[in-house]
Design a protein around this ligand. Sequence first.
Ligand code: TPP
Ligand code: MG
Length: 368
Amino acid sequence: MAKKKTIDFQALLENVDAQFPTYQALDQDGNIVNQDLVPDLSDEELVELMTRMVWSRVLDQRSTALNRQGRLGFFAPTAGQEASQLASHFAFEKEDVLLPGYRDVPQLIQHGLPLTQAFLWSRGHVGGNLYADDLQALPPQIIIGAQYVQAAGVALGLKKRNKKNVVITYTGDGGSSQGDFYEAINFAGAYKANAVFYIQNNGFAISTPRDKQSAATTLAQKAVAAGIPGIQVDGMDPLAVYTVSKMARDWSVAGNGPVLIETLTYRYGPHTLSGDDPTRYRSKEMDDEWTAKDPLVRFRKYLEAKGLWTEAKEEEVIEAAKEEIKAAIAEADKAPKQKVSDFLKNMFEVQPQSIKEQIEFYEAKESK
Ligand SMILES: Cc1ncc(C[n+]2csc(CCOP(=O)(O)OP(=O)(O)O)c2C)c(N)n1
Ligand SMILES: [Mg+2]
């Protein structure tokens, strides 16, 4: 009797993995390694992107200092993730809808949230959540993965209204283990909704390493089960992140449905400034390896070689950012003291009876 053919399970896994290479345009020395991924950006746009990334690094440093002085509340450091955050966001339009996580404040400010309001949000002040009508964004989500389900809903709304816009949302490697993550990409895929979903894989969910999140070789391949395209990109490479993001937006705006993008990145600082000590779960070797991949260093080298960037220009950007931050924090200090009743009034458009009663109670107390 002929021997029956067996299934090669190892090959099944390897065949999937082979479809998810890491896209890279610019290596860590600032050299182009893949001409196909070099974006069609003007010199001015390239300089603008670098300016935003340097601005974000300064915002990270100043926010850390302000937090330690007790002048800022919640802060999730962003240094290291500038390409992942700002080169991705650079591919979208003001009318696209941004649903950020707690670490995505730089994109939110670039999308139009005044810096003063971002500082008020950090302080837990209700004024940080009162958005101008033309700001197409929701406040940063703290519940891991929850913005993904909301993004799927907003994306379907855009689709039903025939809008040529998309939703952009971000979660982390840890967020990609949440039920909300799978539900959202599955739903958005089934309805071909207009969305670009990002997983910023910075290697850790607080202290939990990436290899404890999933047995999948890449997080991008989670897209397969949702029937949508998934791409893994070098998240320290602003050119590749931008190109992949722009192509994903074009694909989704054309009515083809969502895309999932995994950016390989690293946060240089602690998880948040609320007591995390990364030396307890990350080695110096690991930090050094990722420091060598710094997105600012490689982009600076690339732009300097093109004659588009100098040390003097960078100093100018740093000084301007410091001034902007100083003015914004002074403005935030002028906000009226937070009242409990203001918080309650901001919860529902139509107030339930229980909230009405609480508002009355607090207003009476506050007027004394
Ligand atoms: C539903 C939920 N569970 C747990 C937490 C507590 N928590 C806050 S941040 C975090 C880790 C998230 O890691 P990741 O998604 O990788 O994002 P990163 O902080 O690395 O950007 C956890 C577990 C939370 N905010 N929400
Ligand atoms: Mg993470």
